[in-house]
Every structure is written in C-alpha cells, then in structure tokens.
Design a protein around this ligand. Structure first.
Ligand code: NDP
Ligand code: 8X3
Length: 246
C-alpha cells in the first residue's frame, strides 16, 4: 500500500525539498501553500518523474475555516496520512521590540502557531483512526534561544517547541510519534520574506556561513521518519558547522 505524507508550505525551501525527497522515495504527497502556480508546477513535475499521486491544496494556514474546508474531509483515498510535516511558517521583520510592527507579530503568531494548530487538529482524526502516525513540527534554534530583534519570531518558535512537547505526551496513547526539528540558518526564501524583498539584507544573513540547505533538512526529516516504529527522535537541533546556536 502506498504511503502518504502531508507537507505544509511546499512551494519553497524546506517544504519543497521535503516534497522532492518523499516523492523520490515513492510516497504519495499532499502539498499545500498559498501560491497555486508553484504547487501545480511541482505536482506536475513530481508526478511525471516519480510515478506517484499528488493532491495540491491551496490555502492560507492562518485561515481556520479554509484549513478545515480542505483538510477535515479529505477524499477517502487521501485520509491514510502516515506523516504530517508542519513546515509552513515565516519571520516578518527583524526589529527591536519597541520598533516592531504589530501586524508582523500577528502574522508570525497566526501562521507559525495558530496555523500549525489548525492543520494538526484537522489531520489528527485520521491518524487516531489508524492508531499510528508521525507528526514532524519545524521549530527553530530561535525556539531554543532568544536573540536580539528576534522577539516575537522566537516566541512563536518557543510555542512550537512547547506544542511539540505537549503533543508528544498527549498523543502517545494513539501511537503517534512527534518529532521537533529545529534548524539554524537554512538558505531558502526565508530571509527574503523576513526582509520583505530586500535581497541585500537577505543575502547578508548568510555572510561568513555555509548555511544549511532545504535538502539538508529534508534528509534529516526523512531519516527521522524511517526509523522502526518503536523509535522516536523527539527533538533535534541542526545547524551549519559555523553556527553554534542562534
Ligand atoms: P520559505 O520562505 O522558503 O518557505 C516557507 C513556506 O511556508 C512556503 O512554502 C510558504 O508558501 C509557506 N507559508 C508561509 N506562510 C504561509 C501561510 N500563511 N499559509 C500557507 N503557507 C504558508 O522558508 P523556509 O523553507 O526556510 O521555512 C520553512 C519553515 O522552516 C518555517 O516554519 C521557518 O520558520 C522554519 N525555519 C527556517 C529556517 C531558515 O533559516 N530558513 C531556520 C529554522 C526554521 P506560500 O508563500 O506559497 O504560502
Ligand atoms: C530561522 C533561524 O536564526 O534566523 O528560524 O531565527 S533564525
């Protein structure tokens, strides 16, 4: 029987690299994001090359009704989800606490925290019914240590850390594994989004580093999800060699 992985935020970066990794391994994919053209292009490319099936769903994870509309009543052939990768997320701005924009804060909390909760609650009933599953939450080193100008982005990832711990404790009775992956700097569209299209600032983020790639993180996630059923990597911090923390 084919295996199914659901990846949020598959239009770019870590999520897209995960889509490629699991497609090559023969999984069927449910991929999500807001940019429809990118999702369609990825679906066509990966289906053709790998002979797998892909369901592409376009919605904003901040919108609870849209999340429920798309995920809470999936067609029967898409309900046996083996792995959920809660990856969709972002940083908006990198400002001192007193200068930061309230809208940026709301966007980060609504996406990184509320979005992850909405998606998890919509998908969990399928896993509970199957009496198995694996949820991978993408946290960050920013969820382990606060850095200057990181304030609310860090808070959102500290929340992901706590949610992962809470999920793990409460869901083990359903035989559902929960793994928290906490990367340091990964060169994706993350910094361009954070600095609102300022490519110079985005590139400067990686000065002096050979940053991680989306593929590095996808390989790590894939490893964690291929271990025997009695093994669960709970919490994993991964940085590039030149970075010890945030
Ligand atoms: P990218 O910007 O390259 O990708 C982010 C993905 O999230 C996109 O596919 C985007 O899709 C999706 N997304 C963002 N907001 C929403 C939304 N409201 N609704 C639906 N989808 C959304 O960044 P990364 O790949 O780097 O980021 C992925 C995750 O990794 C994030 O949670 C980030 O916090 C985390 N992370 C990143 C690190 C880094 O240095 N890059 C380090 C540590 C953690 P679309 O825009 O099409 O909706
Ligand atoms: C992204 C890593 O250090 O830029 O979560 O916050 S960092």
């Amino acid at each position: 029987m084919s295996k199914i992985v659901l990846i949020t935020g598959a239009t770019s970066g870590i999520g897209k690299a995960c889509a490629v990794k699991y497609a090559v391994a023969g999984y069927d994919l449910i991929i999500t994001g807001r940019r429809a053209e990118r999702l369609t292009a990825l679906k066509e490319e990966l289906e053709q090359v790998n002979g797998i099936k892909i369901l592409a769903l376009v919605f904003d994870v901040q919108d609870r009704k849209a999340v429920d509309h798309h995920l809470a009543s999936l067609p029967a052939e898409w309900q046996n989800i083996d792995i959920l990768i809660n990856n969709a997320g972002l940083a908006a701005g990198r400002d001192l606490f007193d200068d930061a924009d309230m809208e940026d804060w709301e966007t980060m909390l609504n996406t990184n925290v509320h979005g992850l909760l909405y998606v998890s609650k919509a998908v969990l009933p399928y896993m509970v019914a199957l009496k198995k599953g694996h949820i991978v939450n993408i946290g960050s080193v920013a969820g382990k240590e606060v850095y200057e100008r990181g304030n609310v982005y860090c808070a959102s990832k500290f929340a992901v850390d706590a949610i992962s711990q809470g999920m793990r404790i409460d869901l083990l009775r359903h035989n559902i594994r929960v793994t928290s992956i906490n990367p340091g700097a990964v060169e994706t569209e993350f910094s361009e989004v954070r600095f609102k299209g300022d490519k110079e600032k985005a590139t400067a983020t990686y000065n002096g580093l050979t940053p991680l790639t989306g593929e590095d993180i996808a390989d790590t996630i894939f490893y964690c999800t291929q271990l025997p059923p009695h093994v669960c990597i709970n919490d994993l911090v991964i940085t590039c060699t030149q970075q010890a923390g945030t």
